[in-house]
Ligand binder design. Structure first.
Ligand code: HEC
Length: 340
């Protein structure tokens, strides 16, 4: 067995300690301990670490919310009188065509041309503002089954049903942009970064020699995974990361596995050949990545949302194929699709 091959190292369970020490000589003791612990068992450690960090860093008061974004419909207060009135009005007059949930599947809908549409689909044919919805409900849409309701609804009922229709139209994935999916992050083994911090710029290269930057992924969610060719846990998690990337190939998500040890390309190529099928591996030639992302140990993952904010970090080897990870990424990526 060739000891310099990544497979050989993966099997011996060796971990590179040079990398971490280079980051900042001052913290070498702490780093030594971290690396030693790393060698003892990454999975157990990462779970344990996540716990202790969680306990130690809980903010004393809730983080201040940043300004919400205009196109987001606030979740309705289901107990409010207005909401109940809106729901009742809707059920009495509108459900038979628009369906109980506004999916356009009421009992009368099948024969209608044009059919009533799913309120959760975008764009709305006649506009989604309160004013536009009001006008449609009052005046109807000529030439369609949607007749005007001005003679049947009191102005109070009208206001209520407009709000109710809007709430039906708010897709469940429409999350307040200022929210960080803290629970989902934790379930997926990430430590939430609260408040979120702006992503640092980063330049890296593919094995084809093409320079890439984080900026090029603007508007997408980004999963940065820092790894090294001489790090056994990194080797272990790459196949599941590769599968995750394939699964999200059509989602607005960039999965970027960036090699931060000074390996020659032949070694990285060998890892790519043996550990991944689709996912291209990347290298940090500048040595800046570990500084800009404060990488203390590898593997180390940072999740960046579509707004360019670091919202979570995960230390240690991860199984990227869990449902919790997928759920987190589905949420984070549907938000990027929405905010365009
Ligand atoms: C007899 C069937 C029927 C009933 C009852 C009905 N609608 Fe409609 N509605 C339609 C159809 C069909 C359309 C689609 C028209 C189009 O695409 O141009 C529509 C369109 C709409 C739209 C516009 C959606 C968009 O994409 O812009 C709104 C809002 C709406 N209806 C609200 C209501 C409300 C509120 C009620 C109850 C007070 C109601 N409708 C009752 C058939 C109905």
């Amino acid at each position: 067995m060739n000891p310099s091959s990544p497979e050989g190292l993966a099997q011996t369970g060796e971990v590179d300690t040079r990398g971490a020490q280079r980051t900042s000589p001052s913290g070498s003791v702490a780093r030594f301990l971290a690396w030693t612990a790393l060698g003892l068992g990454m999975m157990i450690l990462s779970a344990g670490l996540a716990w202790s960090i969680r306990g130690g860093m809980e903010p004393p008061s809730p983080a201040p919310e940043s300004a919400p974004v205009a196109n987001v419909v606030p979740p309705p207060d289901q107990k409010s009188v207005l909401f109940k009135k809106g729901r009742l009005t809707y059920q009495v007059h509108c459900t038979r065509c628009h369906g109980p949930e506004g999916r356009g599947d009421g009992p009368d809908a099948a024969v209608l041309r044009p059919p009533p549409r799913d309120f959760a689909a975008r764009p709305w044919t006649h506009g989604e503002t309160t004013e536009a919805i009001r006008t449609v409900i009052l005046q109807g849409i000529p030439g369609t089954a949607m007749t005007g309701w001005s003679h049947l609804l009191s102005s109070q009922e009208l206001d209520a049903v407009v709000d109710y229709v809007r709430s039906l139209g708010a897709p469940p994935r429409e999350i307040k942009v200022s929210d960080t999916p803290t629970t989902l992050l934790r379930q997926a083994g990430f430590e939430p970064i609260e408040p979120a911090i702006a992503a640092s710029p980063l330049t890296f290269e593919g094995l084809d020699g093409r320079k890439r930057t984080l900026d090029q992924e603007q508007g997408k969610a980004i999963l940065l995974v820092f790894w090294g060719t001489t790090c056994a846990p990194c080797m272990e998690e790459l196949p599941s990361l590769d599968r995750l990337a394939s699964e999200f190939a059509h989602a607005p998500l960039a999965v970027l596995p960036i090699c931060i040890d000074e390996a020659d390309d032949a070694l990285v190529r060998e890892v790519e050949r043996t550990r991944t099928r689709q996912l291209p591996l990347l290298v940090d030639r500048t040595g800046l990545a570990r500084i800009q992302y404060d990488v203390q140990s590898i593997p180390y993952a940072v999740l960046i949302d579509s707004e360019g904010r670091q919202i979570g970090r995960a230390q240690g080897c991860k199984d990227w194929s869990t449902e919790a990870v997928r759920e987190l990424l589905r949420t984070v990526t549907s938000r990027s699709a929405n905010s365009e």
